[in-house]
Design a protein around this ligand. Structure first.
Ligand SMILES: [Zn+2]
Length: 135
């Protein structure tokens, strides 16, 4: 349990280095809360799939929307279809049909969201908002 937790921005080529699996891009490492000093595990390796989803859901008001892409902007998330696949997760608050996900221990967030109105039942964790334990 003493292995360092690596922030997303310190990982080179995350789209290939963070995933494993044939066809499916599963998370190659355990995923942890981003807060220094908090070691709450959010996901075990292999529990989620790397997929592109709407990035505006988690955009902060200060974020500048990208104008260079066609269609709605996207960003990579770890996607789960079953809430029971989380090791630890908190639900911070709900806006309209969107529930925001946070650390179950220290409440930092949002780390991701769950859209009750989406056609697919998905729980999404933004890949850049968590830390990774590389063995
Ligand atoms: Zn935490």
């Amino acid at each position: 349990m003493s292995a360092p937790l690596i922030p997303y921005k310190s990982i080179e080529n995350p789209a290939s280095n963070l995933v494993v699996g044939e066809g499916l891009a599963k998370n190659a490492y355990d995923i942890f809360c981003p807060r220094e000093g908090c070691r709450s595990i959010v996901l075990k390796k292999g529990a989620a799939t790397w997929m592109e989803r709407d990035s505006l859901k988690l955009a902060l008001p200060t974020d500048t929307p990208s104008t260079t892409t066609d269609g709605p902007p996207t960003q990579p998330y770890w996607v789960l279809t079953n809430m029971m696949d989380f090791e630890n997760i908190g639900f911070s608050h709900t806006v309209d049909t969107t529930k925001y996900l946070s650390c179950a221990d220290c409440d930092i967030g949002p780390l991701g969201y769950h859209d009750l109105g989406a056609p697919e039942k998905e729980y999404l964790i933004a890949v850049e908002r968590v830390r990774y334990r590389r063995e």
